[in-house]
Design a protein around this ligand. Sequence first.
Ligand code: HEM
Ligand SMILES: *[C@@H]1O[C@H](CO)[C@@H](O)[C@H](O)[C@H]1NC(C)=O
Ligand SMILES: *[C@@H]1O[C@H](CO)[C@@H](O)[C@H](O)[C@H]1NC(C)=O
Ligand SMILES: *[C@@H]1O[C@H](CO)[C@@H](O)[C@H](O)[C@H]1NC(C)=O
Length: 327
Amino acid sequence: MSFLRFIVAIFFLVSINFGVSNAHYKLNPTFYDCTCPNVINIVRDVMEQIQRRDVRAGAKIIRLHFHDCFVNGCDGSILLDNATGIISEKDANPNVGAGGFAIVDEIKTALENECPGVVSCVDILALASEIGVILAGGPSWQVPLGRRDSLTANKSGANSDIPSPTETLAVMIPQFTRKGMDLTDLVALSGAHTFGRARCRTFNQRLFNFSGSGRPDPTIDSNYLKTLQRLCPQGGNGGTFANLDKSTPDEFDNYYFTNLKNHQGLLQTDQELFSTSGSSTISIVTNYANNQHKFFDDFVCSMIKLGNISPLTGTNGEIRKDCKRIN
Ligand code: HEM
Ligand SMILES: *[C@@H]1O[C@H](CO)[C@@H](O)[C@H](O)[C@H]1NC(C)=O
Ligand SMILES: *[C@@H]1O[C@H](CO)[C@@H](O)[C@H](O)[C@H]1NC(C)=O
Ligand SMILES: *[C@@H]1O[C@H](CO)[C@@H](O)[C@H](O)[C@H]1NC(C)=O
């Protein structure tokens, strides 16, 4: 056999082996079909009940899913409380005040009643995110499943890897690309700010003295600025809530992008997607504002990509019995 053919043969063997091991560990929407066939209905029932008393249920859950996946991959690490050897990510700056943990516990209890020890907490985040989007009028998709829960948390990773709302686009883009997410993913996923709330303290740096300029952020529309200044006065309560989408605060639609075009984005990082001159994010925003189908299609692809960030699979990690602590 010639040297070249030998090399080709080795290459084939190696790629076949890779193919087999990857196939074994690939997430799959049918993962629980035999072990917990009712999983989707159970998650949907609980989400529907909670949504009736808390319109933000879906928003809270999808945010947790994002903050989980950006720290050591999608592994449920964000759900762990302090314990011996575990410093909870819940105390990391981006997670302070985050809701949704009780919702995860309620879903977990329902699943443990039906199929104990089978469905991971991280898969609950992925599934409940999709259901929350549907319940708010957004797209549906088949959620790849089979992730396992971490045995550790990474609070310092949460502080460094989750983008801050006062960041420039130039800082935020590499935070996404380091996780394998491109500009389209960044803009499409930011569209999750089509529902939910943000507290004044996360955007009030824009309202009176932006970057020490003595003036408000010039990219805010003047009427919207007045509304926000009234809601969040200087020296006021930073804990007051504002709608992330001023037009349709609880609907999953593309008005978020129309708001950005109208200079009515809430967070600095929202408005920057449209107002950073020369940025290639501008045309993506315009495209989504004009075409909700395109936004929904891209959002689904980006959510699947988000949910695929370094999951624990196979025999790594565990299936937690209680999402707040390791077994
Ligand atoms: C692009 C960078 C992002 C930044 C800087 C950012 C920042 C923020 C901030 C500051 C808040 C308000 C938090 C508070 O008041 O404590 C928030 C809320 C929210 N974020 Fe993001 N976010 C980003 C991307 C995302 C992504 C990718 C998703 C999901 C796919 C998401 C989903 C949400 C949702 C749904 C809420 C509302 C949650 C609620 O009502 O409780 N965000 N985000
Ligand atoms: C977790 O432990 C840290 C450090 O000891 C502490 O500052 C924090 O308040 C604890 N968090 C909770 C929720 O108990
Ligand atoms: C925590 O996250 C940081 C930032 O991504 C990473 O460099 C570090 O290795 C992580 N630590 C652990 C123990 O996983
Ligand atoms: C705005 O902030 C800068 C820097 O923090 C400060 O020097 C300046 O006095 C502030 N201006 C006003 C009008 O408050």
